[in-house]
Design a protein around this ligand. Structure first.
Ligand code: PGA
Length: 247
């Protein structure tokens, strides 16, 4: 049986006081049946690590990493640095990075590769825009995004977490229906199956306006193994309700 996983993506939100309150609220509500983690902005990772290090139940991670090992890459943060701060996960290829930083499928795949090299679990995001969905190109787009990662990682593909996040559902309040989400998750699972005998063990998360009131039905779909949560991960009550929905 695959374990469920719920990951909070704080994006560029928070401050030291708000983060401390949020983490205290999450810890108080745990432990959870599901695996739980928070992905914080880089400057806060050391504080997140300090407050969660005694708590074996909640992991943490970064929201991006460089595709380079080290060197003259001003403003970038390496996978090795994230690992040094105890990160278990790193999100790569979030649609906001793909859109605002022109990250290509290959760059995302390279980031996943370097993350694995540093024993981080990359949470690789894929998803179509509204235009792409309306043009019936959803399957083609997510398969293309996934296939760059499969090609680059080879048999190591089984070590990643995948997050299907339809771009039109992110931060918009519009959630994919459980059927829409399951259809794409099923497609991704089939694609992964052709690449690794371990596809059945891989966690595929759904992201895009997951809330306490829609989490349980999404997470009950056969190929949905939890969620990547943006807006609702900033309030302890909402985030922990979603974590509990992933039982
Ligand atoms: P949202 O964001 O839950 O606010 O829609 C999800 C994400 O971008 O990971």
């Amino acid at each position: 049986m695959r374990r469920k996983l719920v990951v909070g993506n704080w994006k560029m939100n928070g401050n030291r006081r708000a983060n401390a309150e949020l983490l205290a609220g999450i810890e108080e509500a745990g432990p959870f049946v599901a695996d739980v983690a928070v992905c914080a902005p880089f400057p806060y990772l050391s504080e997140v690590a300090l407050s969660l290090q005694g708590d074996k139940h909640i992991g943490w991670g970064g929201q991006d990493c460089s595709s380079h090992e080290a060197g003259a890459y001003t403003g970038e943060v390496s996978a090795a640095m994230l690992a040094e701060f105890g990160c278990k996960y790193v999100i790569v290829g979030h649609s906001e990075r793909r859109a605002y930083h022109a990250e290509s499928d290959q760059l995302v795949a390279d980031k996943a590769k370097i993350a694995l090299a540093h024993k981080l679990i990359p949470i690789v995001c894929v998803g179509e825009t509204l235009d792409e969905r309306e043009a019936n190109r959803t399957d083609k787009v997510v398969k293309r995004q996934m296939s760059a990662v499969i090609h680059t990682l080879g048999h190591c593909i089984s070590q990643i977490v995948v997050a299907y996040e339809p771009v039109w559902a992110i931060g918009t309040g519009k959630t994919a229906t459980p059927e829409q989400a399951q259809a794409v998750h099923g497609l991704l699972r089939t694609q992964l199956h052709a690449a690794t005998p371990k596809s059945g063990e891989m966690q595929i998360l759904y992201g895009g306006s997951v809330r306490p009131d829609n989490a349980a039905v999404l997470f009950s779909q056969p190929d949905i193994d939890g969620g990547l949560i943006g807006g609702a991960s900033l309030k302890a009550a909402d985030f922990t309700a979603i974590c509990r929905a992933a039982a």
